[in-house]
Design a protein around this ligand. Structure first.
Ligand code: SAM
Length: 247
């Protein structure tokens, strides 16, 4: 499984810097539609190769488990894809559901993990104050800078006070798009992503970085929704009313 995983996920070798592509900075729902369609076309292959916990890193399982078990309330696995992280959190006793905009993933996840709840949805469709935890494990990697800021605002506003956010992503010294096996994705320098996350009302709790030869550099950030004045601005920018509401 590890070999298949490496071949599929890294078929555009990390060392091939020439695989970086240049695309316009402006993002649109059209582009997001392309992302969902691209995943739909390769969903069966993705599920088979990357859709189980055996294909994940032990350190990530420890982090996600530790993070999930300290959350006192519902968790949304945003961009759950095959649903294996949702099932994993469920097995740890968490109150979790998975959402994904790719219909093929949701249909497959419902079949494979009947004990878990999966709904069609995207980060853009999150509702205000609807959850205590958001896992975004490699699901924001296709957002360009403007799209990412909007997605982070949605995550911040969707969390109830004290809620926690865990994001996993590809990291690199400089921000850059690259030819991911499914569709264009982005590397984010750890510090830059921390800044963007803090700008939308989060306080950083943990940062993690991992470099190994067989895969692209990995980053993870745990952040808590703060109660600072920045939050009111974030709610407004995310299109939610000023007061707590189901949106
Ligand atoms: C690299 S996969 C990660 C899937 C899963 N979290 C995992 O770790 O295997 C990216 C996922 O993000 C989803 N996705 C893409 N755009 C999204 C959006 N705007 N909101 C939520 N999920 C999105 C895709 O459908 C896909 O399932």
């Amino acid at each position: 499984m590890q070999v298949a995983h490496a071949m599929w996920m890294y078929s555009f070798a990390w060392t091939q810097k020439a695989s970086c592509v240049s695309i316009p900075v402006s993002q649109s729902s059209l582009r997001m539609g392309e992302v969902f369609n691209a995943y739909g076309r390769r969903s069966a292959e993705y599920v088979q190769t990357l859709g189980s916990m055996e294909s994940t890193h032990a350190e990530d399982r420890q982090l996600v488990s530790r993070w999930g078990r300290q959350i006192n309330g519902p968790i949304i696995d945003v961009g759950c894809g095959p649903g294996h992280w949702t099932d994993f959190l469920n097995s740890q006793g968490c109150d979790v559901r998975g959402i994904d905009p790719t219909e093929e993933f949701i249909a497959s996840a419902r079949r494979r993990f009947p004990d878990c709840r999966f709904d069609l949805g995207s980060v853009e469709s999150l509702r205000a104050d609807s959850t205590m935890g958001i896992l975004a494990w490699y699901s924001l990697i296709h957002h360009d800078p403007a799209g990412l800021d909007a997605a982070l605002q949605k995550c911040s506003a969707a969390l109830a006070p004290g809620g926690s956010f865990l994001v996993g992503f590809f990291t690199a010294p400089a921000h850059a798009p690259f030819a991911h096996a499914v569709t264009t994705a982005y590397f984010w320098p750890l510090n830059e992503l921390v800044s963007r996350i803090e700008r939308v009302g989060f306080t950083t709790v943990e940062v993690h970085e991992r470099h190994d030869a067989s895969s692209r550099p990995h980053g993870a950030i745990v952040a808590q929704r703060s109660e600072s004045g920045a939050f009111a601005e974030t709610r407004k920018a995310a299109g939610f009313p000023a007061a707590s509401s189901s949106g």
